[in-house]
Design a protein around this ligand. Structure first.
Ligand SMILES: [Ca+2]
Ligand SMILES: [Ca+2]
Ligand SMILES: [Ca+2]
Ligand SMILES: [Ca+2]
Length: 419
């Protein structure tokens, strides 16, 4: 466990695994503390911890750290590994501000060999900006950066795609491609709702865009991009939930869940109910192949489904993927909030197929013992101890301790070896 150092810094609210060599495994854990106040109230902080991460590690043991300078933005509330955006051979980060602070800026953090790097600030002028992001490989060495803003135009939501690097201070609406939601309240690009991968093996990434308020997950392939402005309703590949109001699309993840070499995707519907349980939550896995995705579908078309446990617990509020047992088949972790203070995390070893429930989980991890870790937790997978098996890192920014104070935050690491 790595604990925050100060009251209200919310250490662990954002976290991700970063690959120094983007072709290789993630080897650095980057953790955010949006309430860190050294350079202004709620300006924010990120710190990087290279693997192996050893027991007894403390916040101050970071290999490098960065303080953000704009008070009230809460930078580090979300951190996304966007791959090697500038093509220098080192993986890069997107660092977003805090939704609760109505943050309207984000930072592209271009890393270099030392681990530290250049910051490019991109602002939006709308609150709720920058929480989701994804880097895309477009083939021929070209890369793009997709940035989400769920708050754009009274929570309609938007996605901006940069096919060349933004410059420091650029407004986000200077992006070459601008994709807008349909209606106020649709919240296009929700939270961790942008994911990219090469689903059909042609060397060009597609982009998953979630809109759980309309129970939708869209897949945008480069062949269907329009330059300039277009609407999400023009994106042909739409996948929808089994019913209305299930929050289908809440969390999207990519991985090879059947081990055939094609990257698949998983999506959750944490508000989906059964006849017995209200809001129990489901996750779905859709398998890709060489022919690619040519039409949309719904939850009933999924190759695997997983039902959570109990009513009102919202299985799939957060998910993470990686290979926890070294068999080169992706495994899926999903958490559900048994109440507002406690989460349970279920780990499902791939291959994933058919109708599954929490009873089919390979492992179950209970709530952490010290303090709260509920609705606000998020997680990522990376190999923290170098045994070639991915481990789970879980950030709980709202955890409090009697010693330090409220919302100090903690990141818990679960070693998956031996599962
Ligand atoms: Ca780079
Ligand atoms: Ca596959
Ligand atoms: Ca595996
Ligand atoms: Ca490991």
């Amino acid at each position: 466990m790595i604990w925050g150092a100060y009251s209200k810094e919310r250490f662990g609210t954002g976290l991700t695994g970063l690959a120094s060599n983007p072709g290789g495994p993630a080897d650095t854990l980057v953790i955010g503390a949006p309430g860190e106040a050294l350079s202004g109230t709620d300006a924010g902080w990120i710190g990087a911890y290279s693997t192996p991460i050893l027991e007894g590690i403390e916040k101050r043991d970071s290999d490098w750290q960065s303080y953000f300078s704009t008070g009230g933005q809460g930078a580090g509330a979300a951190i996304v590994d966007v791959g090697d955006i500038d093509g220098n051979g080192y993986g890069d980060l997107w660092v977003a501000g805090d939704l609760e602070k109505d943050s309207d800026e984000g930072h592209l953090f271009l890393t270099a060999s030392s681990g530290s790097g250049t910051q490019i600030e991109v602002s939006a002028g709308w609150p709720g900006y920058g929480y989701s992001a994804a880097g895309l490989e477009l083939g021929g060495g070209q890369r793009a950066l997709a940035l989400g803003n769920i708050g754009w135009l009274h929570n309609t939501g938007a996605v901006w795609i940069w096919t060349s690097l933004p410059k420091d201070g650029d407004p986000v609406y200077d992006a070459e491609i601008q994709l807008y939601g349909s209606n106020e309240g649709d919240l296009l690009s929700w939270l961790h709702g942008l994911e990219s991968a090469d689903f059909d093996g042609d060397g060009i990434d597609g982009l998953l865009i979630s809109e759980p308020a309309t129970d939708s997950l869209y897949l945008l392939e480069q062949s269907t991009w329009a330059t300039g402005e277009f609407g999400i309703s023009d994106v042909a590949l739409r996948f929808e939930g089994a019913y209305e109001d299930t929050q289908f699309g809440n969390s999207a993840q990519t991985g090879d869940f059947n081990g055939d070499g094609y990257t698949d995707w998983a999506v959750s519907a944490p508000r989906q109910s059964t006849s017995t349980w209200s809001n129990v939550g489901f996750a779905y896995v859709f398998l890709s192949d060489a022919s690619g995705w040519t039409s949309g579908g719904d939850a009933g078309d999924a190759d695997a489904s997983i039902q959570g446990k109990g009513g009102g617990t919202s299985f799939g509020l957060g998910m993470a993927t990686g290979d926890t047992n070294g068999d080169e088949v992706s495994d899926l972790a999903a958490f559900q909030a048994l109440d507002k203070d406690k989460s349970t995390i279920w780990l499902f070893a791939g291959p994933l197929e058919g109708a599954l429930t929490h009873d089919d989980a390979t492992a179950e991890f209970g709530a952490i013992e010290d303090g709260e870790c509920g609705w606000l937790s998020n997680m990522t997978m990376l190999d923290v101890n170098g045994d070639q098996m991915d481990d789970l890192a879980i950030g709980c920014g709202n955890t409090s301790t009697a010693e330090v104070g409220s919302w100090v935050g903690v990141t818990s690491i679960l070693l998956t070896q031996g599962l």
